[in-house]
Design a protein around this ligand. Sequence first.
Ligand SMILES: Cc1cc2nc3c(=O)[nH]c(=O)nc-3n(C[C@H](O)[C@H](O)[C@H](O)COP(=O)(O)OP(=O)(O)OC[C@H]3O[C@@H](n4cnc5c(N)ncnc54)[C@H](O)[C@@H]3O)c2cc1C
Length: 314
Amino acid sequence: MTTEVLKVTRSGDEGVLPATNTRVLVTEFEYSRPASVEEACSELAEHGDDARLIAGGTDLIVQMKMERLSPARLISLASVSELRGITADDGLTIGATTSVRSVARSAPVLERYTALAEACESFSTVPVMVMATIGGNIRNASPASDSAPALLAFDAVVDLVSKSGERAVALSDLFTGPGKSVIRADELVRSVRLPRCGAETGSAFVKVARVMADISKVAAAVRVVRDGDRITEARIALGSVAPTPLLAMEAAGSLRDKQVDAALLDEAGRIAASESAPITDVRSTDEYRRRIVATIVRDALESAWLRAGGKEIS
Ligand SMILES: Cc1cc2nc3c(=O)[nH]c(=O)nc-3n(C[C@H](O)[C@H](O)[C@H](O)COP(=O)(O)OP(=O)(O)OC[C@H]3O[C@@H](n4cnc5c(N)ncnc54)[C@H](O)[C@@H]3O)c2cc1C
């Protein structure tokens, strides 16, 4: 019996069928499974652009099935145990191959970095959450990444390692465009670090999507630090409203050292919307996205304020 192979072409190409991710892998590639970060970095250095690291494969395999990427070699991180796990000390260090599901269910994340737990819990379906890793999500550099706004709200720093050395890059300096970042082809994401969160800190993540399992139309993550009835520090980060995950600096600044009431939070939402630069695509219109930013930033701020021990807002 012979297998009939249907050649599906991407929309915009000559063919008639739209892009799908249901095709089989058609290219041949080598597959290796190094046991350490050092070995993985040596392989990356040796094979250069022909190679790709693979963690959960939830982005990479889709790209390969759609023939957007055809790496000659896949370097699996599955056996590199030093990249997996969460260490909570003064702050938090999350190994790159820690699954999104593990982050969502981690006690210190739930307790102190609630917005990150909520962001990871909002990921698609359980099978994707179990496979997908935090390092893969960062490296993928999608404007619609769910972890990125939450990590930005916590001032996260990404640890990169290559055969030629190590460096730490603030997440706010990492993304340069859709799918683009300052991470070099020979670099591996080792971990992401979140600074300490004090007692009077509250955070929240809100995502709006077409259906639960979809990536966001718009997402917002916020973190506030409270002193009495005031916010002394705030970070507001947005997803799916700009070419990269975005920090709404002006909106955050508008909250600083102000007494918290409904008008203050409404105004911060409006400012965040004005800082966003959304586009119209298959998921939503730019106008809808901008409106929703105002609403979800306001809602996230109220949740974060209450979690920081603030009084109910009338
Ligand atoms: C059905 C479906 C639903 C999805 N839903 C969501 C969602 O709701 N929210 C969301 O944010 N994303 C979503 N995604 C995207 C995807 O699941 C995430 O981006 C995921 O975190 C990627 O991690 P991974 O381990 O699977 O990466 P992989 O696919 O293994 O790798 C992705 C890229 O990162 C590189 N890479 C992986 N690990 C490292 C590392 N340690 N160092 C350097 N480079 C590395 C790979 O070479 C590749 O280029 C979805 C994907 C699918 C298929």
